[in-house]
Design a protein around this ligand. Structure first.
Ligand code: G1P
Length: 288
């Protein structure tokens, strides 16, 4: 397994698709059952061996940092009440001191720009990028699957899944070459192509393992689809000079940035919980 020591979480987005819930609350803090969406991503990164969690935040997002800090008063109150089980769970959720870093994306200039904001914190080593909206249920967490595959491929690896042709304009789409098990050679990448222009139905999902050479391209601040600096465009420039593969991960992805996807994530997560699943299934039966 390649050790992905650092993972970047771009969390500066406005979350307009989930208004009015996100007027004050960062979309990453919306709960899926009883955990904020971002905590699932942080746990997935930790399971892949991540040692440094880099949040690229924006104005109004400081409660994300607070969430990953010790809540002293709460912890003391729980200890005083003898609620050691709750306290134990909360304490183990807090990353080790010094492992969370937050930096600001000072202008909303796109995903490529957000990742570029972390360049000084990454330096010269392969690193992960996780888009928190994409919640993935998997037996082996998606990022760990990818870290394992990356040990074989080196270079750059992006999670991919097949999407309906009519949805290609929502994603970065791969121009695929040779396929070998879960690996799909990436010959090209296009950000949000119209269905008739899409080179395939392989969409990039929000999990990336990238070579730091991508920063050399992001440095140019070239504007792409939607008038934004696109990570897809910078990645596309690495193709040919470095290995570049799509990884068809085993698991199920939910788009929590979309109302229906978010609702489905809640239902699927609740049904999969040993402490809630059976009772929740009985509740759902009443709505059939
Ligand atoms: C971003 C990326 C896109 C990728 C998608 C995955 O788009 O730009 O290439 O396919 O995430 O969720 P966004 O959803 O931010 O518009």
């Amino acid at each position: 397994m390649t050790l992905i020591r650092k993972v970047v979480f771009p969390v500066a987005g406005l979350g307009t698709r989930m208004l009015p819930a996100t007027k004050v609350l960062p979309k990453e803090m919306l709960p899926v059952v009883d955990k904020p969406i971002i905590q699932y991503a942080v746990e997935e990164a930790a399971a892949a061996g991540c040692e440094t969690f880099i949040f690229v935040t924006g104005r109004g997002k400081t409660i994300i940092e607070d969430h990953f800090d010790r809540a002293v008063e709460l912890f003391e109150a729980l200890a005083a009440k003898g609620k050691d089980d709750v306290l134990g769970g909360l304490s183990s959720d807090v990353p080790k001191p010094g492992t969370v870093i937050a930096t600001r994306q000072q202008e909303a200039r796109g995903l490529g720009h957000a990742v570029w904001c972390a360049r000084q914190l990454i330096g010269d080593e392969p690193f992960g990028v996780m888009l928190v909206d994409d919640l993935i249920h998997a037996e082996t967490p998606c990022m760990a699957q990818m870290a394992r595959a990356h040990a074989e491929t080196g270079g750059n690896l992006v999670a991919v899944m097949e999407v309906p042709q009519e949805h290609t304009a929502r994603y970065g789409i791969v121009d695929p070459g040779r396929e070998d098990g879960p690996l799909v050679e990436v010959k090209g990448l296009v950000e949000k192509p119209a269905p008739e222009a899409a080179p395939s139905r392989y969409a990039v999902i929000g999990r990336y393992i990238l070579d730091s050479a991508v920063f050399g391209h992001l440095d140019r601040h070239e504007v792409g689809a939607g008038g934004e600096i696109q990570l897809t465009d910078a990645m596309e420039k690495l193709i040919g000079s470095q290995p570049f593969f799509g990884y068809r991960f085993a698991g199920r992805r939910f788009d929590c940035g979309d109302k229906l996807g978010y609702l489905e994530a809640i239902v699927a997560t609740a049904l999969a919980r040993p402490d809630l699943g059976a009772d929740f299934a009985a509740v759902l039966d009443q709505y059939r």
